[in-house]
Write a protein that binds this ligand. Structure first.
Ligand code: MN
Ligand code: MN
Length: 478
């Protein structure tokens, strides 16, 4: 009966004039599509927990789809043509995928940019020591973490050790069912009287975050630090390394558990490292679906975002520019720098990074009219920054307009967001570094609860909305 009833004049006017974000589950009714896409996402999360493993797994997927190594093509003097699929790996920690467009590269590109590094505990270069006949690995946390969240959980060890002769040993301990794990211990409540009086950020010290790594002594009464020696001996037998080899290592401790569905209705995903692998994965899958685009479509996955996009694998460096220069060069007979400048200035990027979803358990962190919410689709963030937009990347209204129209025309659920309430904190993404190149860029990503914790939460509908939105952007933005 209600459906038959004519809407009142005021109701019609309200529908016509007011902005309301929609629930993504209602915009995308095909639950099966959402759930099966997210099964693929969870499986990928489990095998790609670090930037190195992400890049390795991503390239494997891309090669299956016919993507070719751009540097190999350059070395062999092969040309590239519209419709070609190419990639470049940057020092095993960042990667760019591209599908060449029909338009000349200097006319601009459509890029989705995400990062594949995540907050974690790095192992120090001289890490192994013994105390009270237990062995520990010293760590130095990477990125912004609440330290207490990383104690008393199982941790897996990933990374590489470069031996004396330069050969590489790949390390992965703690992911298989039968593997041992590592952990950082915490004080029992009974003896935590002093600790409990401390401020949250002082209660755990960085130098106290040492991972429990062994307790059997080497069988020799003469030597000291027998537990440490026993571990060095184990490492030597298994990997043919000595303690000095650890100096040229990059080892990371990450949560050892796997991605899980969350909730009675399985509507959410709980997993480590969804900032920013949720956008990296959806952006990459969107690019993999692009065929014969008008404008060259690109997915760039950077490293070091969590510590400021620094270094030659971070967004602050020139690796993206260099890649575009190569594309310009390979698609013209008369390369000059101006082609690259034009390409950059004609390009548009969605800076695909997660946004802090409003958490109803914590009041006052957001302006609810401008907050990101779980389940409302892609979060468009016009500006980032902190304390009066300081350090912000602020997208032009003209760019917001193009993206809003694109998403509305293609039934992509989205909502407008700020990182949080004014003066409550803030942050940035890769957007500012890309904007510096002349590219029009706007932050647009998936809302996350418990961001930077070992178990971050996303909505499956948002994950699918991101994939759909990035695909529409790469294929259809005029
Ligand atoms: Mn991020
Ligand atoms: Mn982050």
């Amino acid at each position: 009966m209600d459906e038959m009833k004519e809407k009142s004049k005021g109701q019609k006017l309200l529908d016509k004039l007011t902005y309301n974000s929609k629930n993504a589950w209602e915009v995308i009714p095909d639950r099966e599509l959402i759930f099966s896409f997210c099964d693929g996402y969870k499986a990928f999360l489990d095998k790609a927990k670090t930037e190195r493993t992400y890049v390795r797994e991503a390239v494997q997927e891309a090669e299956k789809l016919g993507f070719e190594d751009l540097d190999m093509m350059i070395a062999e003097g092969l040309p590239i043509n519209p419709g070609d699929k190419v990639y470049r790996v940057v020092r095993n920690k960042a990667v760019i995928f591209a599908v060449i467009g029909k338009q000349p590269v200097e006319k601009g590109t459509r890029m989705v940019g995400a990062h594949v590094d995540c907050p974690r505990l790095d192992i120090k270069q001289n890490p192994l020591y013994e105390n009270t006949e237990m062995a520990f690995l010293k760590t130095h946390y990477y990125g912004g973490i609440k330290k207490y969240q990383w104690l008393t959980i199982p941790l897996a060890l990933h990374g590489v050790i470069l031996k004396k002769d330069g050969s590489v040993v790949d390390i992965c301990i703690g992911e298989d069912q039968g593997d041992p794990a590592f952990t950082i211990t915490d004080l029992l409540p009974h003896l935590a009287k002093d600790q409990m009086q401390k401020k949250l950020h002082e209660a755990i010290s960085g130098e106290g975050m040492n991972a429990l790594s062994g307790s059997i002594p080497y069988d020799d009464k003469e030597v000291k630090d027998k537990v440490k020696l026993n571990i060095l001996n184990l490492l030597n037998e298994k990997y043919d390394i000595t303690e000095e080899d650890l100096i040229s290592s990059e080892l990371e401790l990450v949560p050892a558990f796997k991605a899980k569905d969350v909730g009675f209705d399985r509507s959410m995903i709980g997993a480590y490292g969804q900032d920013d692998r949720v956008c990296a994965y959806t952006g990459m899958m969107a690019l993999f679906d692009v065929k014969d685009p008008d404008y060259t479509a690109i997915c760039v996955l950077t490293d070091k975002e969590e510590i400021g996009s620094v270094g030659n694998t971070g967004a602050e460096s020139r690796f993206l520019e260099d890649f575009l220069a190569d594309l310009c060069d390979m698609t013209t007979d008369n390369y000059s720098d101006i082609l690259l400048r034009r390409c950059l200035n004609n390009s548009v990027m969605l800076s695909a990074d997660v946004n802090a979803a409003l958490d109803p358990n914590f009041e006052g962190t957001h302006d609810k009219f401008n907050a990101a919410y779980l389940g409302k689709g892609l979060a468009i963030l016009k500006f980032s920054g902190a304390r009066g937009k300081s350090g912000a990347s602020d997208a032009h209204a003209e760019v917001v307009s193009r993206i809003r129209k694109l998403f509305n025309d293609n039934d992509i659920p989205w909502h407008t967001t700020e990182l949080g309430a004014i003066d409550k904190g803030g942050g940035g993404t890769i957007a500012q570094f890309i904007a510096n190149l002349g590219v029009d860029v706007i932050d647009c990503g998936v809302p996350v609860l418990s961001m930077h914790s070992p178990f971050e939460i996303t909505s499956k509908a948002d994950v699918y909305a991101a994939y759909k939105g990035y695909k529409a952007f790469l294929k259809k933005l005029e």
